[in-house]
Design a protein. Structure first.
Ligand code: RB5
Length: 153
């Protein structure tokens, strides 16, 4: 399956700095533009700051896809899914990553660096980038919640 080469914004906290660097190298190797929203080292930070940066850019459409990484992936998921039009999927296995694309059209992939080993994490990223959305009935289901949190127009 072809890899989707849309630019990616990536963000992480200190717990996932090492994994972020590996994923970044993989994306660059695949010729995918990467915007690194930080953090840029292992000094302790608040995952929320970086989750907000990435999710805001995906929510407004500046980036179509993002990747968020923290220790468990739970904090980043909570932050990201506060934003309208963000469909963040915390994945620790290939099946979830693939189905999050096929059925949920996930636009942010979240991985817990303390949960998922880096070899599996790279496979998850690759599957997530390569799997298209099925559309159809799944699109209708997404439309029921995608704008929640937005002020009515
Ligand atoms: C940092 O210690 C840890 O709390 C964070 O990486 C993440 O797991 C939060 O959900």
């Amino acid at each position: 399956m072809d890899i989707n080469k849309t630019p990616i914004i990536i963000g992480n906290d200190h717990a996932a700095y090492g994994l972020k660097e590996k994923i970044k190298s993989y994306l660059i190797e695949k010729d995918i533009d990467v915007e690194d929203a930080g953090t840029h080292n292992e000094d302790s930070v608040d995952y929320s700051d970086f989750g907000i940066r990435v999710a805001a850019e995906v929510s407004t459409g500046k980036f179509n896809r993002g990747i968020l990484l923290c220790g468990t992936g739970i904090g980043m998921s909570m932050v990201a899914n506060k934003f309208s039009h963000v469909r963040a999927a915390l994945c620790s296995g290939l099946f979830s990553a693939i189905m999050s694309r096929r059925h949920n059209n996930s636009n942010i992939l979240v991985i817990g660096a303390r949960v998922t080993g880096s070899a599996l994490a790279m496979e998850i990223v690759s599957a997530w980038l390569s799997t298209p959305f099925d559309g159809g009935r799944h699109q209708l289901r997404i439309e029921k919640f995608d704008s929640l949190g937005e002020a009515p127009k």
